[in-house]
Design a protein around this ligand. Structure first.
Ligand code: SF4
Length: 207
């Protein structure tokens, strides 16, 4: 997602924030409102939540793993959109930091998260949106709703579900993982061509 001002990658507690239990400073716990720093140095507040803590996976280190006995809850797409816009109207936050456990499948979960971002933008929300990538999800499926194979569509122009143009390409990490060096060189060349094509597309759109 394209933020208006891109916060740097690190997220940390606001230096003035007290800890959640009232002892000392700062906290590494949980969710709520966290802070990030924009490139211009501004500290911005983000609503940091999970869409759900249900999860079909069982990562041993994670409190939300399927075998954990924590109480479960889930926000609907509309609930997250409503919370974000209402908190923004009240000036509590300037952006959304959204992650989630995995419901049904990675692609389904990612699609639900993308729908939240799409609805927010459609309602005029111009704040920062940070969506965590769900492990195993294929971004193209989430953006277009079409689950057919990415390799067959690579290099083509498509539309997102809300009508914006997109160019299909592979994540650079896929190229690096190709075991055969000739295939890797070919795929890297294709990737470069995709980037050139994407820049041309942006130029045409900018007019
Ligand atoms: S996929 Fe994520 S939420 Fe699910 S158990 Fe693993 S770390 Fe936890």
């Amino acid at each position: 997602m394209q933020p208006n001002t891109t916060p740097v990658a690190r997220h940390r507690e606001h230096p003035d924030a007290g800890s959640r239990d009232g002892k000392g400073l700062g906290s590494t716990k949980g969710s709520g409102i966290c802070h990030a720093y924009a490139r211009d140095g501004r500290c911005i507040s983000l609503l940091k939540i999970l869409m759900t803590n249900y999860c079909v996976y069982d990562c041993a280190y994670c409190v939300n793993r399927v075998s954990s006995n924590v109480p479960r809850a889930r926000f609907t797409v509309d609930e997250v959109v409503w919370l974000t816009t209402e908190f923004c109207r009240r000036n509590y936050i300037e952006g959304l930091f959204l992650s989630s456990g995995v419901l049904r499948s990675s692609d389904y979960t990612m699609e639900e998260m993308v729908r939240i971002a799409e609805k927010l933008r459609a309602q005029g929300f111009r704040g920062y949106i940070h969506l965590k990538t769900i492990p195993g999800a294929i971004a193209l499926h989430a953006l277009t709703g079409d689950g057919s194979r990415v390799l067959k569509r690579r290099g083509g122009m498509e539309r997102t579900r809300d009508g914006r143009p997109l160019l299909v390409t592979l994540h650079p990490s896929c190229l690096l993982r190709l075991p055969d060096s000739q295939a890797r060189d070919r795929a890297t060349e294709d990737f470069r061509n995709d980037l050139v094509h994407a820049v041309e597309m942006l130029r045409v759109r900018a007019g």
